[in-house]
Design a protein. Structure first.
Length: 728
């Protein structure tokens, strides 16, 4: 080939370009982004719409249907599904596969416009809808801040310090909290005392709202100065609430708030989500990497900054590592480098033992052909040019076939294709470069390095295929050709054996991860209070930490964890759900431990649904087998789902069987006496508001404390809240 002749004739230029490519490759390798998983785009968005007080059926018919119709106008939509629960609609919009991270932002903007247009069709009291498309952020550093004897407020103060400092670290994009328990100011009103003094709830609410609102009083000129007017009256502490003066009925006395209510500071009850680490309450912090960032660099920088901040962390407060991507990436890179060195050593050994044999790598084929021709007496340059002319196009064809073998996964537009695309790209580039170097650099290096034994003048060239090995191989090959029927029978037999053996190989597109950590999903009956879930979680934690090889246990209650792996799909908020992340000292023990833990937890907690599972190297849902029933009648759908569950449970190797509707939830229905209510001028909304204020509590404003806004929540004393008969 002409290009081969050119490279041979211009040796210096070829060698300089070769060195340039090698050095450039080394520099690129050192500066490339490093993440635990290849990037792929999450093509889902959640549209969350509150509808306080509405039943699940009302949410579905009046809110979810409206949002679904609006979303279906999006031409980029693949599918839409909704989850309607009491007071809340969650609609999931999935976009078609051909849209990627470059085109999706425009799609999300269009989706928001469609949802905003639908707001006018929502019933009174519903909305506004929130579109959440921020699923691509991966918190590669996820840790828990905990300490024996420390309150949530104390943990939160230290967490805010860490967030402020870590946001300045190299390659850090975001630092978010998980499981923070917001503080509130509870005003527990004495109903009987208020009635005696003629104080209404509305009067208390007005007093609390007006007392702590920021108000603009303007400025005043004082000589040459223009001074701000800032009147007093804001609460300086929770103790000041008691001195708030509440006006009674017109002409009545003015009463201090402390005379009709107990004011105290506490945490929002019930909590939305909790995190625990090794049996202790904790606050979680997640740190994400900037796009195309180096998670190893970020992890090292975060670790260094942590060590600098240690003197500012109170004694006894600990940091528990739940996920540290930099450590996993470093381990993977080191394993790759070891494998690379092993591969190079194996190739060198094979070349030393079998050079001149039937090897198929592009460069080796060219070198092998050059050696054979040189041993036959052909001059080096001529041998190089002739070998490339004979093998270049067949080698290119074989290279293209090898590339096409991976094209199906590499060119796919779904999440699997995106996840594996880097593998296909590496194979495409490396194989093509292998062919290019085989017809350019390899012949030149062969001319410079190879020194075969050349025949002396007048001496006949030796036959490179005249050795004992080739003689035996020639005899074997001739015998196989003469006994065609027997040869074909053996080939078919081997093929059948291979098919049978392949059927016994575990079939999974993505293998399980070697991460020394696994998950336990834990479901209590739907409707369980998060406090009850936490109490049961504490028992399970204690048992888990007593098990051999378990190094730590992180527990998420009420929701899944932050997305600390791109392939991890967090569970949505649910007070009946908990998830354990169990760290072990050897990942090879996980299969045995999962089986043991599954059996124990099912027996010890028969009221819970338990599912142990490993992390996988790739995208995918937890359920390997899924069935969907749809139709207009909810009762029929529940019946079909129950029958499907029965069929699944009959299989001994299936577990973690559940429906996304879960169990029916109890509801208390106070029956309104319509005639008496009409006569008294009392509406259903009035009754609902009164019940909310008594049991769960209603927000009556905010209390400002430095950089925090604490809601002021009015509710009944605990004795009244704990007795459901007080509804009367």
């Amino acid at each position: 080939m002409k290009i081969t002749q050119f490279c041979i004739e211009n040796r210096v230029t070829t060698l300089v370009l070769t060195v340039f490519l090698v050095v450039g490759g080394i520099i690129s390798y050192g500066g490339m982004g490093r993440l635990e998983d290849p990037e792929f785009t999450i093509k889902d968005a959640l549209i969350i719409t509150p509808y306080p007080g509405a039943s699940a059926a009302e949410v579905e018919e009046e809110v979810s249907d409206v949002i679904e119709i609006a979303v279906q106008k999006l031409k980029q939509l693949l599918e839409v599904e909704s989850r309607s629960t009491r007071g809340l609609s969650i609609v999931t919009a999935t976009i078609k596969d051909q849209y990627n991270k470059e085109t999706l932002p425009q799609v999300w903007d269009e989706l928001r416009r469609k949802v905003n247009d639908a707001q006018r069709d929502l019933p009174p009291g519903a909305g506004p809808s929130i579109v959440n498309d921020d699923f691509g952020d991966v918190y590669g550093v996820f840790f828990a801040l905990y300490g024996d004897g420390y309150s949530y407020a104390e943990l939160y103060d230290v967490a805010k310090l860490l967030r402020r400092e870590l946001l300045l670290v190299q390659d850090v994009a975001k630092v978010d909290f998980f499981g923070v328990q917001p503080e509130v100011v509870y005003v527990e009103l004495d109903r009987d005392r208020m009635s005696q003094l003629g104080i209404s709830r509305a009067a208390v609410a007005d007093g609390l709202r007006s007392r702590n609102l920021a108000a603009y009083a303007g400025h005043v000129e004082v000589g040459p100065d223009f001074i701000t007017i800032d009147p007093t009256g804001l609460f300086d502490s929770v103790d000041d609430f008691g001195s708030l003066v509440i006006a009674g009925e017109p002409g009545g006395a003015q009463i201090y708030l402390r005379d009709i209510a107990e004011v105290r500071r506490g945490y929002r009850d019930p909590a939305k989500q909790l995190i625990r680490y090794n049996g202790m309450p904790a606050v979680g912090l997640g740190i994400s990497t900037v796009p195309d960032g180096n998670v190893v660099t970020m992890g090292d920088a975060v670790g260094a900054r942590f060590r600098e901040l240690l003197p500012q962390i109170p004694l006894g407060m600990e940091v528990g590592i739940i996920a540290l991507q930099s450590r996993a990436v470093t381990t993977a890179i080191n394993s790759f480098l070891v494998s690379l060195l092993q591969a190079v050593a194996i190739v060198v050994v094979v070349l030393l033992l079998f050079m001149g044999g039937m090897l198929v790598d592009n460069a080796i084929v060219v070198v092998d052909g050059m050696l054979v021709k040189m041993q036959q007496g052909v001059e080096k340059v001529r041998a190089a040019v002739d070998t490339v002319q004979q093998t270049a196009w067949p080698l290119l064809g074989a290279t293209v076939i090898a590339i096409l073998a991976f094209a199906a996964i590499g060119t796919s537009q779904d999440a699997t294709g995106e996840y594996t695309r880097s593998l296909y790209t590496v194979i495409l580039i490396s194989l093509l470069l292998s062919w290019v170097t085989a017809v350019t650099v390899t012949p030149l290096l062969g001319i410079m390095v190879l020194k075969p034994k050349m025949p002396k003048p007048g001496e006949a060239a030796s036959d490179p295929y005249g050795g004992a090995f080739y003689a035996k191989f020639r005899g074997f090959l001739g015998g196989a050709i003469r006994r065609r029927a027997m040869t074909m029978g053996v080939v078919v037999g081997v093929f059948v054996i291979a098919l049978v053996g392949f059927g016994k190989v575990e079939q999974s597109f993505f293998p399980n991860s070697t991460r020394p950590q696994f998950m336990i999903d834990y479901w209590l009956p739907q409707g369980s209070q998060i406090g009850a879930t936490e109490r049961e979680v504490a028992e399970v934690e204690q048992w888990l930490m007593e098990q051999e090889s378990v190094t730590s246990v992180a527990s998420m209650v009420g929701a899944g964890a932050m997305r600390f792996l791109l392939t991890y799909v967090p569970e949505k908020e649910n007070p009946a759900f908990a998830q354990f992340l169990v760290d072990v000292d050897d990942y090879r023990l996980i299969d045995r431990m999962m089986l043991q833990f599954q059996e124990h937890l099912e027996q010890a907690y028969p009221g819970a649904m338990v599912q142990t599972r490993k992390f996988i190297l790739g995208p995918g849902d937890p359920g390997k087998i899924q069935a969907r029933f749809y139709g207009p009648d909810p009762d029929v759908l529940r019946s079909l789902a129950s029958r499907a569950e029965t069929i699944f449970r009959a299989e001994s190797n299936l577990y973690g069987i559940k429906t996304d509707w879960r169990e029916r939830v109890k509801v208390v229905r106070p029956v309104v006496a319509e005639e008496q209510a009409n006569l008294a001028g009392i509406t259903r909304t009035d009754i609902a508001t009164a019940l909310l204020q008594v049991f769960e509590g209603a927000s009556f404003g905010v209390y400002r404390e430095r950089d925090e806004l604490l809601p002021i929540v009015a509710r009944a004393p605990e004795a009244e809240r704990a007795d459901i008969s007080n509804i009367g």
